[in-house]
Design a protein around this ligand. Structure first.
Ligand SMILES: Cc1cc2nc3c(=O)[nH]c(=O)nc-3n(C[C@H](O)[C@H](O)[C@H](O)COP(=O)(O)OP(=O)(O)OC[C@H]3O[C@@H](n4cnc5c(N)ncnc54)[C@H](O)[C@@H]3O)c2cc1C
Length: 329
């Protein structure tokens, strides 16, 4: 008979949700913990009166066959739709339409529709930052949060946070702690904007190769979005690194100027603007680890950084952690 485990997953982003779905489907009892109120992590949406703005992942691609299969279910469930923006590239001195024929998908009507969908039927303990893991003599685990409350006991723990946030949770396993501590993640600034009148441009998305920005999207061009003409600008990591402590008003001012330069248009005063700093936006390089494990202790680690910083990789890493856990009874 298959043994049923009580499993804690720390982090309810794509990797944690992916592991949780696989483990729940196999009959295990899973509880997700997240420091935020809801699920989604870096696949986040800011809900405003001007419209809902995707602040983190802008879209995702699907290359792996297992992921493509899952995607078909999400599309059938109405959580995800293809997005076919008019895509441009801003190089030094020119703004040209991109010939790329990459298929891009977005949560619909907002990015977090996907995480909401994946969370259905799962148990999430939100607004709970796990500070340390206690490994008990009987090989069970307790999760200590920042108020000192210990949650558990659990038979198995899956840590599904960005690498720097995972390190303090992995003290019970020297090799997991050391491997994770090597992973560097880069910062980023996101600026969300809404305008009373639509901007006079054909651009719906743009990769930027000069200046502070590396991505511009007309958020309101994504399927199902309602409200004003909304835009999301993302800085490149180098600029973010040099502006980690710059105040939000100054970040907004500089990125708005870069936006105008990139599209070569006048940008009116936005009716809404919101700047968000990501300390750990994307991982630098790819590890190809899939997921990490200390099976003798019942401790597993996943996240986009185990494979390379994309939403698809976060999902694949979560699947891999679940698979490894289930292979070791
Ligand atoms: C600005 C930006 C743009 C991006 N654009 C794209 C894109 O266009 N396409 C694409 O494919 N990918 C994109 N990405 C990457 C994509 O968002 C990530 O690969 C993916 O969302 C990572 O999922 P994850 O589950 O590994 O981590 P996360 O989404 O970071 O989830 C980790 C969760 O752990 C929680 N957590 C952390 N520490 C603790 C703790 N101690 N206790 C409890 N909870 C904790 C966090 O609150 C979070 O919810 C982008 C990322 C950013 C930031």
């Amino acid at each position: 008979m298959t043994q049923i485990f009580k499993i804690a997953i720390i982090g309810a982003g794509m990797a944690g949700l992916s592991a949780a779905s696989a483990l729940t489907q196999a009959g295990h009892n899973v509880v997700l913990f997240d420091k935020s109120r809801g699920s989604g992590g870096r696949m986040s949406t800011k809900r405003t009166e001007s419209g809902d703005l995707d602040m983190g992942a802008q879209y995702f691609t699907a290359r792996d066959n297992h992921f493509r299969n899952a995607l078909q279910t999400w599309i059938a469930n109405g959580w995800v739709t293809e997005w076919t923006p008019r895509l441009f590239i801003r190089n030094e001195g020119e703004l040209v339409e991109s010939p790329d024929d990459q298929q891009r998908y977005v949560g619909s009507p907002r990015m977090t529709s996907l995480s909401r969908g994946l969370l259905e039927g799962l148990e999430l303990v939100g607004q709970t930052r796990i500070q340390s893991l206690e490994h008990n003599d009987d090989n069970s685990w307790g999760l200590k949060d920042e108020t000192g409350t210990v949650h558990g006991p659990f038979d198995r723990v899956v840590v599904a946070t960005p690498a720097p946030q995972a390190v303090p949770l992995l003290a019970a396993s020297g090799h997991l702690e050391q491997a994770t501590a090597q992973v560097e993640m880069q910062p980023g600034w996101t600026l969300a904007l809404a305008f009373a009148e639509p901007l006079d441009t054909a651009v719906e998305a743009c990769f930027v190769r000069v200046g502070a920005l590396d991505w511009i999207s007309r958020n309101s061009s994504k399927p199902g979005r309602q409200g004003l003409d909304t835009w999301v600008l993302q800085s490149n990591p180098r600029w973010a690194m040099g502006n980690l402590d710059t105040d939000k008003a100054e970040v907004s001012r500089q990125l708005l100027a870069e936006f105008a330069d990139a599209l070569s248009i006048n940008i009116p005063v936005p009716v809404y603007q919101h700047a968000h700093r990501w300390l750990y936006a994307r991982s630098e390089g790819a590890c190809n680890w899939g997921a990490l494990a200390a099976p003798e202790k019942g401790l597993y680690v996943c996240g986009d950084w185990c494979l390379g910083g994309r939403l698809e990789n976060a999902w694949l890493s979560g699947q891999q952690a679940a698979q490894t856990l289930m292979e070791r009874k």
